[in-house]
Design a protein around this ligand. Structure first.
Ligand code: NIG
Ligand code: FE
Length: 412
């Protein structure tokens, strides 16, 4: 047994056991303790409280963090961090006037990434992805969801999911895997979308189940990609193999995908840049977490998810990066939190709740992660000396992180 004792200026996101998410007005509160201690035993949080109540400071290691803040690591519930190469040329093309849609219609976009991934070995894909995951861990992320969806053939989708499985085995960071075969219709099924959907249902899903490669099922429910019937079909098929839905919806158009996802008891609905009253109504009285991806809005110059409207309607909200080569080549949750405050008008308390506990919920991790709670995993960010947690989103672009601990160990 090893123990670590930290004396801290401000310990934030302190929660009782059993709280799985925060919604509506409750998101305005981020419980914290000033002049606090945190005791870690092996990989878990053993105890914490105000220094004044501390009975013993005995531990194998003692850290004096009296000018610093400790908080749970970020929980990034939406990434595509396993990908090959990059799409830098499309970035330049967009600056020169082409739209994301125009690039996709020319065979770029997701199909460009699919081609690059087809030509990359599993080992190389693993190495490229490992480097990205290590980078985001250093930025304070302690749990991520990773999607497939740049394979679009049986073998390439399996290649992606096996890489995710290897990352899970090799790294301490908590990882959930999502099968996103229905990310785009591949070239070899052009004009035969149903043929591709059948391939997903009859060839991909059974293999994924055999090798236990995924936790969730996703689909890009969007004009020009997959419609409501396709979404209904894929979510139904996925559920036959035990995969819970967690879908891309309302990125560019709102046409009923949110209500459909809620009907399928989706764990989360992600993007929501275009949102109407019916979508908000559908989310009320559901257990589905709305997820906003503000760095995608930033990078593509598209509207920001109306997070204010969701929270003001009493709903919860989670924030994630969407780290991917096309719409968000960044896995920086600190930037996401800042951008949510600056562009979506979330308060720092709301944004931090959205990026920790609610992010954990959107990966079924809130029993173990997302808050400072006795018994949860010791996944913490130790900041540099900063005035208060409000400074984190305020000082956008500044790296306020001193150390990151995952499962009780500081990462180097
Ligand atoms: O979430 N919208 C769909 N999928 C990804 C990006 C796809 C890409 O451009 O590679 C997203 O933004
Ligand atoms: Fe995405």
């Amino acid at each position: 047994m090893t123990t670590l004792f930290i004396h801290i200026k401000q310990l934030i996101q302190v929660r009782e056991k059993g709280l799985l998410k925060v919604s509506g007005k409750d998101m305005k509160t981020l419980p914290f303790i000033e002049n606090a201690y945190l005791l870690i035993e092996n990989d878990s949080i053993k105890d914490f409280g105000p220094m004044a109540d501390c009975r013993s400071t005995k531990a194998d290691t003692i850290i004096d963090a009296t000018g610093k803040i400790v908080m749970p690591t970020w929980c990034d519930s939406h990434t595509h961090v396993v990908y090959a190469g990059n799409r830098v040329q499309e970035f330049v093309d967009r600056i020169n006037g082409l739209s994301y849609e125009e690039i996709a219609n020319r065979g770029g976009g997701i199909l460009n990434s699919a081609e690059q991934l087809q030509n990359t070995t599993e080992d190389d894909l693993y190495k490229q992805s490992l480097a990205r995951v290590k980078q985001l861990m250093a930025l304070g992320t302690g749990a991520i969801e990773i999607k497939s969806g740049y394979g679009l053939t049986v073998n390439a989708e399996l290649k992606m999911l096996r890489v995710i499985k290897r990352l899970k085995t090799d790294l301490k960071i908590a990882i959930k895997a999502t099968f996103l075969g229905a990310h785009a219709v591949p070239k070899h099924f052009k004009d035969n979308k149903q043929g591709y959907l059948n391939e997903i249902a009859t060839k991909m899903l059974p293999k994924i189940k055999d090798e236990q490669l995924a936790d969730y099922i996703d689909i890009f429910c969007e004009k020009g990609y997959f419609d409501l019937d396709d979404t209904d079909f894929i979510l139904t098929e996925g559920k036959k193999y035990g995969l819970t839905p967690k879908i891309h919806v309302n990125q560019f158009n709102a046409f009923g995908g949110v209500a459909l996802a809620v009907k399928h008891k989706a764990l989360s609905v992600d993007h929501l840049e275009e949102l109407n009253e019916n979508d908000i109504e559908a989310l009320k009285n559901s257990n589905t977490m709305p997820v906003a991806l503000p760095s995608c809005s930033y990078f593509l110059s598209i509207p920001y998810t109306p997070g204010r409207a969701l929270i003001d309607a009493g709903l919860p909200l989670a924030l994630a990066t969407d780290f991917n080569p096309g719409s968000t080549p960044s896995g920086n949750m600190n930037f996401v939190v800042s951008t949510a405050c600056i562009k979506m008008k979330l308060t720092p308390e709301e944004a931090i709740n959205a990026a920790t506990l609610n992010g954990a919920y959107a990966m079924d991790y809130s029993n173990d992660l997302g808050s400072i709670t006795i018994g949860k995993k010791a996944n913490i960010i130790l900041t540099k000396a900063i005035p208060s947690f409000h400074y984190l989103p305020y000082a956008f672009g500044e790296n306020c992180i001193d150390k990151v601990m995952i499962n009780g160990e500081f990462i180097s």
